[in-house]
Design a protein around this ligand. Structure first.
Ligand SMILES: [Zn+2]
Length: 406
């Protein structure tokens, strides 16, 4: 039995006919999780559809009316790139209900996975790129409206930019300097510095998007952090950039909920993607997100977004990974918040800047600990986070001691 809930309904199936979007993947993921013994029937919760009131927390009354009455213009339907039907509207309302339930469960169980959703190309007033309704945004706004959270962070690892997410949560933004880490990255040699990692933020939802630059959507409204990856990026660089973006985001912003959009399309066999991640790299990606969140005691809700591998079984296999990784991380006892000394460490880290590669193999020491802790992590922040997790699990007689970073 899992220590958290999976949210699923047979109604997630999208009635779109023969299409590059594998609408049957939700059922296949559900079946595979059961058949492999990763999950049991009792681990699944069936969602209710979101109400129109929920949808209206994000989408305009005009757009909702058009969807409810089947009066999208031909252009609007073309932008959606999936054929409109009233049944399709029901499926998207259900996906949004699933993400609301996943958010609520994550706040209780620290982790929850919606075996669906992640429709990050939907805007308040129109749908795009197979996305009619932005289920994650609806879930965040509903949790805020209910007073369950104040802030949230979206971590979008789909190969396509989260344009809808960025547009929905855009506040008044100020452009900031590129991160110092840009100058240390080998990616910098392949792409102009200013386009590699952009950072802007103001508001109650912090958005991170790690995506292939030369891919849909052509226009990418600014997220709080955008990592524009060049074509063909493989596991190591991808993970370094994700690590960097998470560290940077969490240094600036403390979310009450982390919404992980775990697209399967950075996979090297994807038909609509141009990155080169392996199955193992995608596993490490999911592991990294859970580890970073757990070290800071941030609840995580997961949605699935895209995945268009030549072999649908690959997409299904990739989207089963978060359940395994979520269980692994949920299963490790952590004494909640990072202990106080580590808050101090994070300030020290800030003074060095987030040049993650510089800190590979960092040693973090507690003066009174029997031996140095060798983190061996890519980023300083995550070395500290790992240290904090391990440290908090120990018999703590060193708490309050100053520790040394070298
Ligand atoms: Zn995608």
């Amino acid at each position: 039995m899992l220590l958290f809930k999976l949210i699923y309904s047979n109604g997630y199936y999208l009635p779109i006919g023969a299409h590059v979007f594998p609408a049957e993947k939700y059922r296949l993921i559900h079946d595979r999780l059961l058949a492999s013994g990763v999950a049991e029937a009792t681990d699944f919760l069936e969602p209710e559809p979101a109400t129109d009131q929920d949808i209206l927390l994000v989408h305009t009354p005009e757009y909702v009316h058009k969807l409810r009455t089947g009066t999208l213009s031909p252009l609007e339907e073309m932008e959606l790139e999936i054929p409109y039907s009233p049944e399709l509207v029901e499926a998207f309302w259900l996906a949004a209900g699933g993400s609301i339930l996943a958010a609520r469960q994550a706040l209780t169980d620290r982790v929850s996975i919606n075996i669906g959703g992640g429709f990050h190309h939907a805007f308040p007033d129109h749908g795009e790129g197979f996305c009619m309704i932005h289920d994650v945004a609806v879930a965040i706004r509903r949790m805020q409206r209910d007073g369950r959270i104040r802030t949230a962070m979206t971590v979008d690892c789909d190969v396509h930019h989260g344009n809808g997410t960025a547009a929905i949560f855009a506040g008044t933004r100020t452009r900031s300097e590129p991160l110092p880490s840009v100058s240390t990255s080998p990616l910098n040699r392949e792409q102009p510095t200013a386009n590699t990692m952009r950072r802007t933020h103001e508001g109650d939802v912090f958005t991170i998007s790690l995506h292939q630059h030369n891919n849909y959507p052509a226009v990418k409204p600014p997220s709080s952090i955008d990592v524009d990856l060049p074509d063909g990026v493989g596991d190591d660089d991808y993970l370094a950039w994700l690590d960097n973006a998470l560290s940077s985001g969490l240094r600036q912003f403390e979310p009450d909920l982390l919404c992980y959009i775990a697209g399967a399309d950075p996979y090297r066999e994807d038909q609509l993607g141009g990155l080169s991640l392996t199955m193992e790299g995608l596993k490490k990606r999911d592991e990294l997100v859970f580890r970073v969140a757990r070290a800071r005691d941030i609840p995580v809700m997961v949605t699935f977004a895209g995945g268009y591998a030549r072999n649908v079984e690959d997409t299904v296999a990739i989207q089963c990974i978060p359940t395994r990784e979520g269980h692994h991380h949920r299963n490790i006892t952590c004494t909640s918040q990072i202990p106080k000394p580590f808050a101090q460490t994070r300030i020290v880290a800030g003074s060095f800047g987030p040049r993650c590669r510089r800190y590979a193999g960092s040693v973090v020491e507690l003066p009174d600990a029997p031996m140095p802790y060798r983190a061996g992590m890519r980023s300083f922040e995550n070395a500290v986070a790992r240290f904090a997790t391990d440290y908090s699990a120990q018999d703590d007689n060193s708490r309050g001691q100053r520790h040394i970073v070298s």
